[in-house]
Design a protein. Sequence first.
Length: 429
Amino acid sequence: MLHVFKFGGASVKDAPAVRNVSTILRSFIDKKDKLVIVVSAMGKTTNHLEDIFKAAKSKPKHEKNDEFEQILKQIKDYHYALADELFDGEREKIVYKILQKYIFQLSATLKDDEPNWDKHYDQVICFGELMSSAIVSEYLKMQHEDKCLWVDARRFVQTNERWREGQIDWEWSEQLIRAELLPMLEQRFVLTQGFIGGTIGGKTTTLGREGSDFTAAVFAYCLQADGVTIWKDVSGILNADPKRIKNTRLFEQISYSDAAEMTYYGATVIHPKTIRPLAAKGIPLYVRSFLNADVEGTRIGNFDTQPSIPSIIVKANQHMLVFKAKDLAAINERNQLAYIHSELNRYTIKINLLQVSATSFSVCTDNDERKLASLKESLSTDFELSVLDNLELITIKNYDTETLKNFTGLGNALVAQRSEDIFQVVVRK
Ligand code: ASP
Ligand code: MG
């Protein structure tokens, strides 16, 4: 059997977590399964890298930058402390050396004169995955007779130069993975990074935040794997977020299309891009708990979703953009709609919910200040644009009267829409 496993930031956030990953892998290694293991940056490292990137950009590099130094130290100390706990002796020295190299490269890259913000971001943000995979692979080598092979995902996951949102060159990636990575799996198992890819010019790209699940799907697709497992801190896909709603239910199985729909509405258990490549080759996707590896979790595949219980999905951190034509023209005159759409597309602003009235066009979208600022500027000649922030988009799929009762007539609702099986409402937080 050939499996692709993905371990996210929470599953490698400290030394006990890394040890737990090794324990989970044991039975698969003993069975001589072929394994490709994809890891994310440890804990909240990617957020810290985003912070340090902003701090570096905020001041000319010859000026003293305390914030920069402080975050760099924090990132460094965190990884060193973790390594200290996991290793001793020679192996510890090796790991320290690797980390030292990455910290040095990170600091140098942050100081580069790269005028393209997004391109620079990708060159910086990849260090979380690089450091994490170095630590985890050394630990797995130690525990599993040197059977673990570290590989650089950027050599295999080839993308175009769409920085921060790299698009996969499927043909090229598949060729590289089949020709070079597949033979590696004969003797050893492979450990690599999620989220990062490489361009033909040797630059790093990233696949969008939380993109490691997608990386797992890319490897699985190219290797025609028997399955992908995403190891999470929840026991599978639930019909609602247990932090918000009591009496949640776990789906044992779910169809690709239902899973895709749920991620589209904001279910964060799996990255939205993960499902398509797997569905294309009929590769099952398992969502299981790394905290409770005996539980089967959820299977996603060509199965029927179980009894259509209502699912409640909350997309947080939403903005509502309201466009009004300046000259009071009806919004659907003179191709205004097409024009707004094309500008949203240009800045890759995704529409999560849409409402058109006689004179306005309202879009509920994810909060991304930089994209919104660019959009505002480009549309300001023709439209008044107002922005409402701090919103949530709540979607109920397969609603029933009981669930609906709790969500209709909410005092803080801005927009509500209802179709045959979907009810959506945008609320102020
Ligand atoms: N480390 C990246 C992030 O935090 C990718 C991932 O975790 O999937 O967004
Ligand atoms: Mg030590």
